[in-house]
Design a binder for this molecule. Structure first.
Ligand code: C2E
Ligand code: CA
Ligand code: CA
Length: 943
């Protein structure tokens, strides 16, 4: 091709080329544009050559700057620029420029631009979707990535900004496409974990788990999805959302729930949740324990279930609708501290204190359920009751009570205290107990008092105290030190003995003086006689006892009645007293028998006897005076027996017997006779000796034990008293009066008593096997001599042990005389036996001292009213008074009281009226064989 052809070809390329072409001058002007360029820009060539470059190309793009720079540096450049169409829209173009020196010698630049619009438009569809996706995945804080799984390993190909930033910010790792697991973690453990996760997804498909990030401070919800190509997993795409907050909230909730569960299960209070219909939905262990029911028994029950057996504090039924849970459900208002008794399946009542609170699910006004808690207050209630009882006992006790601290300051007192001392509680509390001191007790007393209190923790006895009024009075005081808790306290209880002393004195006078005549009675006479006999030991004087018996007094009674009989006796008594004056003591021995004690008689026995005789004659003469009853004149006579004493003997009882013997001699002589105890009496004594040896030989074979029944208020058999009999070879069955005194004098009472005890225990043992008699007690009489015997306690325990009887059914009857000699010693023995369960009864009560000291100090269970009082309780106001006093005394001391010698229904009714609840006597039954008691028991049970 020649130069011209070449030129033409080149021009035609310019003219017809598909690419837009421009020719520019070094000064930047466009000097030529081909038709493709005009079409591209929508302008004419002329137009293009007049407007500047700036109107044809978007000079603001970074590519343009780079392109210009490149063109200047190299003379040629290529880049993607944006042209500006005449209508203003931008046209992407691929622009190349090449500088050349034209024929005119000017360095011009040819610019060729290829329209990229079509190309762009083609790519646009996919590119914009991908871009949007890219924007999307980078706009989220969730982690999005995908790993390629190849034989060489696992590499992160794609990841969003969030993940990139996470690794960068948290671990300082710069991610790039293709980064391997190893490069990412530099940590074998994490690497392996992730390998396993990706492998799992590859194996099992898509899954979601919660996963802690490396470092463990964040939690991801991770979803891994395998990507397969030609049945092979080539990648795993992953999505991780930060669920740390939810995770922690859930953890917190679970932990608080766990804590709550533990609290609920370990709390001592019962807790149940009830749904809106009131049925129990859940219950904790304490609820099961307190209600005594298993969960299966509790769940589903409502508060209205009658099975609870709910009661109020006062024992009345608890209406179901008022159950706190039901009320709360109804009102939506909590209930608190409601006390309720519930019956356990075992039948016991348990006391609980209930609180209930409503549960609201939403903002509803009606609760969707109720939570009820309850506390077991049974022990507390029992303690409160006990405290209440104790408080009431303290307040209401008849005994005065005082509580003081260790310094003796009074802390509290009760009503009886105020009544006895005259000090009100306000006056006494805060004062020292010295307030009450009478000054009567000496230093030695207080030394012993404090010793007992400090060493034994208690003291009791009689002391004198002073009332507010200044009056000094005796009291029976018991003090106990309480050291168990807190500071030492002293509790003092005392009884005003002045009243008791009065009744004691009353009993004494009733017991020692005959009420009809006002004369000292038999018992008192024996005491006086004993004193008189003892007195002759020192004075070397002589004395005499005369027993005077009214002849045939019985016929007076029969003919004129008891009232006249009584009247006669008191007339005779006053005659005796006025006749004797100061010279003799007149006493009444039995209804129509008087005793006369003459002391300080002449030492010469004969002179003394004469003196006694003349005195007695005067007395008999006085009695023989007629007695006027209205218009009726009574002539009566009397006989007398006299016995003398000196040098301190014989003892009173013997002396009385001597006199009695002499009296019977006199009676045998006829009326109005007088006899001295003489030689003939000696033979009677000899007889006594013979009797003793016979008794000695026949004990115990000749002994028999009879049992006299005892009954309670409703006539029910409660026990029996064992009474001894002696089968005399010639005289038949003898009553104790005929041989017990002899046995006591000779010591035979010990084997007799032992035998009786064994018999009684054997009978008890037998009765115990029979349901009808199993509850009966047996009383055994114990004489003073027996009790003083050294082996007494052992003997009783042995008898009980050998027989195998129940010791609590054995009762020993003692008389005051048995205790008199050595009170402390006997009390100790009694305490010993009582510890074994054996009971004690004070026999013939009312005839002796009847002293409070005995009653308080001895471990007694029963007082036995002497039959003498029972015999005339109906007709004699004094006897009735004694009986009432004894019953009151006994009951106030917690002793049972039994009356013996009850012979008539009237006596029984009267005794019943006086408060007596136990009876013994011929009315109920005479002493009988043990087997007969069995029959009686059978009868009673039939009735
Ligand atoms: P005691 O202990 O006062 O016994 C009650 C006595 O009153 C018994 O007389 C009894 O038979 C009698 N008695 C019961 N009910 C009535 C009644 O309604 N009216 C009347 N008038 N008497 C009734 P007993 O069996 O003659 O015994 C007399 C005393 O002998 C007893 O008096 C007791 O002191 C003593 N004694 C009896 N057995 C023993 C014994 O085994 N050992 C000892 N040491 N003394 C005994
Ligand atoms: Ca008795
Ligand atoms: Ca008796």
């Amino acid at each position: 091709m020649d130069a011209h052809e070449t030129m033409r070809f080149r021009c035609s390329v310019f003219e017809y080329g598909l690419d837009a072409m421009f020719l520019t001058h070094p000064d930047g002007r466009i000097i030529a544009a081909n038709p493709a360029a005009c079409a591209l820009l929508g302008r004419t060539e002329e137009d293009i050559c007049t407007i500047g470059r700036a109107e044809c190309v978007d000079e603001s793009t970074p590519e343009f700057a780079a392109w210009v720079q490149q063109r200047h540096a190299l003379g040629q450049a290529r880049g993607d620029l944006l042209f500006i169409h005449a209508d203003g829209h931008r046209i992407p173009v691929d622009v190349s420029s090449q500088a050349f020196t034209d024929v005119d010698g000017v360095t011009k630049t040819i610019i060729i631009a290829r329209d990229l619009s079509t190309q762009y438009a083609l790519a646009d569809a996919s590119t914009s979707a991908q871009r949007q996706l890219e924007i999307l995945i980078n706009s989220t804080s969730d982690f999005i990535w995908s790993v390629d799984i190849t034989v060489d390993g696992i590499a992160h190909e794609l990841y969003n900004n969030a993940l990139r930033d996470h690794f960068h910010d948290e671990f300082g790792v710069q991610m790039y496409p293709g980064i391997t697991l190893h490069e990412l973690f530099h940590d074998e453990q994490s690497e392996r974990l992730w390998q396993d996760l990706y492998a799992r997804s590859a194996r099992d498909g898509r899954f979601t788990i919660e996963y802690p990030t490396r470092g463990g401070n964040r939690w991801l919800e991770l979803t891994l999805t395998p990507v397969t190509r030609e049945d092979r997993v080539v990648a795993v795409s992953a999505f991780g959302r930060d669920v740390t907050a939810q995770h922690e909230a859930r953890e917190r909730l679970a932990a608080s729930e766990r804590r709550f569960r533990t609290v609920v299960e370990t709390m001592a209070e019962g807790l149940v949740f009830q749904s809106a219909d009131g049925s129990i939905v859940s219950a904790n262990r304490a609820a099961e324990r307190i209600q005594g029911r298993g969960a299966d028994d509790l769940l589903g029950r409502t508060s209205e279930d009658p099975a609870w057996g709910a009661i109020r504090a006062d024992g009345s039924p608890f209406p179901a609708a008022e159950h706190p849970a039901m009320r709360t459900l109804q009102t939506g208002v909590p209930e608190s501290d409601v006390t309720m008794g519930v019956r356990l399946p075992s039948g016991d009542v348990r006391w609980i204190s209930i609180n209930s609170a409503p549960v609201f699910e939403s903002s509803d006004a009606i609760p969707s359920g109720v939570v009820t808690t309850f506390r077991d207050i049974t022990a507390q209630r029992l303690a409160e009751e006990a405290l209440q009882t104790a408080a009431t006992a303290f307040a209401e006790s008849h005994e005065a009570m005082l509580v003081a601290d260790a310094d003796g300051t009074i802390l509290s007192v009760n009503r009886a205290f105020s009544e006895i001392t005259g000090y009100s509680a306000e006056e006494a509390v805060g004062q020292h107990t010295r307030l009450l001191n009478s000054g009567r007790q000496d230093r030695a007393f207080y030394q012993e008092f404090w010793r007992a209190l400090l060493e034994e923790g208690r003291w009791q006895g009689e002391i004198w105290n002073r009332r507010k009024s200044g009056e000094i009075y005796p009291e029976w005081l018991g003090i106990t030190a309480i050291r168990s808790e807190g500071p030492t306290r002293y509790v003092a209880t005392f009884l005003d003995l002045s009243l008791a002393k009065q009744s004691e004195a009353q009993i004494h006078s009733l017991a020692n003086f005959d009420m009809l005549t006002g004369l000292p009675n038999r018992k008192s006479m024996l005491e006086r006689l004993t004193n008189a006999v003892t007195a002759t030991r020192q004075a070397h004087a002589t004395g005499a006892l005369a027993v005077i018996d009214v002849d045939d007094f019985k016929s007076v009674n029969d003919a004129r009645g008891y009232d006249d009989g009584d009247a006669l006796l008191s007339i005779l008594a006053s005659r005796l007293v006025s006749t004797a004056g100061e010279r003799a003591v007149i006493t009444r021995l039995s209804s129509d028998e008087f005793g006369v004690i003459l002391s300080n008689l002449d030492p010469d026995r004969l002179v003394a006897a004469q003196h006694a005789e003349s005195m007695t004659m005067q007395l008999l003469a006085a009695l023989a005076e007629p007695v006027q009853f209205g218009d009726f004149t009574l002539h009566c006579t009397a006989s007398a027996g006299i016995a003398t004493f000196r040098n301190g003997g014989p003892e009173a009882a013997t002396l009385l017997m001597h006199a009695d013997v002499a009296l019977s001699e006199a009676k045998r002589m006829g009326r109005s006779e007088l006899r001295f105890f003489d030689a003939s009496v000696q033979s009677a004594l000899a007889e006594r000796v013979a009797l003793e040896s016979l008794l000695r030989r026949t004990v115990p074979e000749g002994l028999r034990a009879l049992f006299q029944p005892q009954v309670g208020a409703r006539g029910e058999l409660i026990g029996a008293e064992a009474l001894v009999r002696w089968e005399h070879p010639e005289r038949g069955l003898l009553l104790p009066d005929a041989f017990i005194p002899l046995a006591e004098d000779t010591g035979l009472i010990v084997p007799i008593g032992t035998w009786m005890l064994q018999r009684a225990c054997a009978v008890l043992r037998e009765w115990q096997d029979n349901p009808r008699t199993a509850g009966l007690s047996v009383s055994v009489n114990v004489s003073a001599l027996e009790m003083q015997e050294a082996r007494f306690v052992e003997r009783v325990l042995e008898a009980v042990r050998d027989s195998g009887c129940d010791p609590t059914k054995l009762k020993l009857e003692l008389t005051e005389s048995a205790l008199l000699s050595d009170l402390e010693g006997q009390a100790e023995k009694m305490a010993h036996l009582r510890a074994a369960g054996i009971q004690f009864s004070l026999d013939d009560f009312g005839t002796g001292f009847s002293s409070l000291i005995y009653l308080k100090r001895l471990p007694l269970d029963e007082l036995k009213i002497d039959q003498s009082f029972v015999r005339d309780v109906e007709h004699n106001a004094n006897s009735a008074a004694i009986v009432r006093t004894i019953i009151g005394l006994g009951h106030s001391l917690g002793l049972s009281v039994i009356a013996e010698g009850v012979e008539t229904p009237e006596q029984r009714t009267m005794l019943d009226g006086l408060g007596c609840r136990e009876f013994q006597g011929y009315l109920i039954g005479r002493p009988m064989a043990a087997t007969a008691i069995l029959d009686l028991a059978r009868l009673a049970s039939v009735r």
